[in-house]
Design a protein around this ligand. Structure first.
Ligand SMILES: O=P(O)(O)OC[C@H]1O[C@H](OP(=O)(O)OP(=O)(O)O)[C@H](O)[C@@H]1O
Ligand SMILES: Nc1nc2[nH]cnc2c(=O)[nH]1
Length: 179
């Protein structure tokens, strides 16, 4: 299939990961999760907005009973310090003693997952792991164990399949990288 470059806002993007390759890697992660969480009724926590498409396709491939809920991180600057604090919003489930799997579209610097995991761990889940569609190993700035990465990519800015550039591009079926 031919994938011409796309223009989003001021930038041009070229095809990087076609849909069939994405869906194949999602199937593989779903098979691993289905195996590892059989009989454990895992609770997926998908981090909005970017993960919605990955979460939907992953759920369709799960062959063991599982639940899903959507959370997001509110980012605000703590006036007392220079660091930015990211608080979880929308977590209505009691995750105590649950097998929790965080779903991300991308782990880039790792700041988001590094902020999220301690807050979830505090609530006493039986286990806590991360599944991500994409990871940029060269960009990672935290010592994180990402047990279920679907694909590793170079340090390029990507859009599509849920990922946006200033709000646009999430609807693309394929993933593109900036030219
Ligand atoms: O590893 P990091 O460097 O923290 O980057 C990864 C995060 O960045 C994106 O979220 P964004 O804040 O753009 O929100 P969105 O999902 O609503 O697009 C993405 O969905 C991850 O959550
Ligand atoms: N769209 C998009 N969002 C990101 N958030 C962190 N890294 C990326 C990226 O490469 N693309």
């Amino acid at each position: 299939m031919h994938h011409p470059p796309v223009t989003i806002h001021d930038k041009q993007f070229s095809i990087y990961l076609p849909e069939r390759k994405i869906l194949h890697s999602v199937e593989i992660v779903a098979a691993r999760l289905s195996h590892d969480y059989r009989g454990k009724r895992p609770l997926f926590l998908a981090v909005l907005n970017g993960s919605f498409m990955f979460a939907a396709d992953l759920m369709k491939e799960m062959s063991t009973p599982c639940e899903i809920s959507f959370i997001r991180l509110a980012s605000y600057t703590d006036m007392q310090s220079t660091g930015s604090v990211k608080e979880i919003m929308g977590l209505n489930e009691d995750i105590k003693d649950r097998h929790v799997v965080v779903l991300e579209d991308i782990v880039d610097t790792g700041h988001t997952v590094a902020a999220l995991l301690p807050q979830l761990r505090q609530q006493g889940p039986a286990s806590l792991e991360v599944a991500t569609l994409l990871i940029k190993p060269e960009s990672l700035q935290h010592n994180l164990v990402i047990k279920y990465p679907a694909m590793s990519i170079a340090n390029d800015f990507v859009v599509g399949y849920g990922l946006d550039y200033n709000g646009l591009g999430r609807n693309l079926r394929d993933i593109y990288k900036v030219m």
